[in-house]
Design a protein. Structure first.
Length: 371
């Protein structure tokens, strides 16, 4: 094997806690998520996979089945044992309060929770428990989740949700899988991996996108015990983990460390969220600001009281203004009304002030056009 493969595999394993030390390289996040499902089913001998509504995990067969956004699903036959529980969205979901998120940006919903408690988390976990009791045969294969849903519109899980969910899943014999394709590699600022912000250690971790800084690659990292599940037959990926991709991945890890980009995500991301909260407070069409580090979202609504999605033509009006004035951002969520703000990890505070200034002008122009 080429030394680049060994070097990058060892660097990656050192970045993960506990027994997460066995690395399989792929070409994409979809491939990584498919392999993780295969591992979970082989290791447990069970079939059912649990995940969240509003999630996105890729476009391959297993990954598309686990993607619970209707605008990303084709009308194909589905019988892969995937069950989606209620998404713990503290803004649009049935439960949420003013202190649910581990973030400087909270919802404007009222909250009576005591310090260190979250009623919303408990209620969403009750829904997961109910699904396990009604929709599975008892033993399950695993649970898949992003810490912050990327394509779903930067929806951040409430405090303590993954810890409670992992307990429920493991009690049913399942393994816990963290999709770090968008959350990982320091982007959330306070921690290197998204799952660490929820104080949990998964059994399998999948990653892509940030792993190669634009170069096509992905990986699955798991424990030796789970890795043994693949020894019953041959498993090989022709281009996954090729010497060039491993050289790229190794360099990416080095740059994140040497340039202290995780710390930058925390510092600059905190400023970004605070500036975005100002926009929410100043404009009726900004319903919610959410996220952590440099993975953030701005939800556009008709008005704050109804939380009804802003019409598509008005969303595009705001989005195009921002683009035409020098700032590129994405859109996401079921209705395409969340502006996904996920900039390069090396941006500066001046970049944040410029970008949010452009967003302010876009919102002012929209207000003027529709007043």
């Amino acid at each position: 094997m080429h030394p680049n493969i060994h070097e990058f595999g060892e660097k990656l394993a050192l970045k993960l806690p506990g027994d997460l030390k066995v690395v399989y390289f792929t070409n994409s996040g979809s491939e990584a998520n498919d392999l993780a499902v295969t591992m979970a089913k082989l290791h447990t001998g069970a079939h059912d996979i649990i995940n969240l509504r509003n999630s996105y995990h890729g476009g391959s067969p297993f990954a598309m089945e686990m993607t619970n956004l209707g605008n990303w699903k084709f009308p194909l036959h589905r019988n892969l044992g995937i069950h989606a529980t209620v998404n713990p969205d503290v803004y649009r979901g049935p439960w949420g309060g003013a202190n649910c998120r581990s973030s400087v940006a909270q919802t404007q919903r009222s909250c009576s929770c005591a310090e260190g408690q979250c009623q919303a988390t408990s209620l969403y976990l009750d829904q997961l428990d109910d699904l396990l009791r009604h929709c599975t045969p008892g033993k399950i294969a695993g649970f898949f989740a992003e810490t912050i849903q990327g394509v779903g519109g930067a929806v951040q899980l409430p405090k303590g949700y993954l810890k409670g969910a992992y307990d429920l899943i493991r009690a049913k014999g399942g393994v816990c899988i963290s999709d770090e394709v968008q959350c990982g590699f320091g982007r959330l600022g306070t921690d290197y991996w998204g799952f660490q912000t929820q104080d949990v250690i998964p059994d399998i971790v999948t990653m892509a996108k940030g792993i190669g800084n634009g170069f096509p690659m992905g990986a699955v990292v798991t424990t030796p015990a789970i890795a043994k599940s693949l020894t019953g037959a041959l498993h090989f990926n022709t281009f996954g983990g090729n010497p060039m991709s491993c050289a790229v991945g190794s360099a990416v890890v080095d740059v994140i460390d040497e340039e202290e980009l995780q710390a930058n995500c925390h510092t600059v991301g905190t400023l970004l969220l605070k500036e975005l909260v100002k926009l929410r407070d100043d404009f009726e069409v900004v319903g919610d600001i959410r996220g952590k580090g440099l993975m953030t979202g701005l939800e556009l609504v008709k008005d704050k009281a109804s939380r009804a999605p802003l019409p598509p033509e008005e969303v595009f009006e705001i989005w195009d203004f921002i683009k035409d004035n020098g700032v590129l951002i994405g859109r996401g969520g079921l209705y395409g009304t969340c502006l996904r703000i996920k900039p390069p990890m090396c941006i500066t505070e001046d970049d944040v002030l410029f970008a949010t200034g452009v967003m302010r002008r876009a919102l002012e122009a929209h207000k003027s056009n529709h007043s």
